[in-house]
Write a new protein. Structure first.
Length: 113
């Protein structure tokens, strides 16, 4: 059974940093594109970043220069490092494997002073 479990969310002040983690089980992330999405209250879920099996990365415009997606195939983990956080980054962040339409339960990130 494929499963994705996010962790690392929390409350951070504007300008601060957080690293989100996603633990995958039931499949090998090294073979697939992995993604982070987010959903803010009252908004649709949106793509944050993707990383392919060969580590090619793509970022949505709001994430470029501030967020970094990475993975550790040996640990079957995906990460999202977020720097220079803004209040508008407040959302539930989800890890996903698009090929399997698999999603985690999400982790809340709140950026507030």
């Amino acid at each position: 059974q494929r499963q994705l479990v996010e962790s690392g969310g929390g409350l951070v002040q504007p300008g601060g940093s957080l690293t989100l983690s996603c633990a995958a089980s039931g499949f090998t992330i090294g073979n697939w594109t992995m993604a982070w999405h987010r959903q803010a209250p009252g908004s649709q879920r949106e793509l944050v970043a993707t990383i392919t099996n060969i580590r090619a990365t793509h970022y949505s415009d709001f994430a470029k220069g501030r967020f970094t997606i990475s993975k550790d195939n040996t640990k079957n983990m995906v990460y999202l490092r977020m720097n220079s956080l803004k209040p508008e980054d407040t959302a539930v962040y989800y890890c996903a494997c698009p090929a399997f339409h698999s999603w985690g339960q999400g982790t809340q990130v709140t950026v507030s002073s």
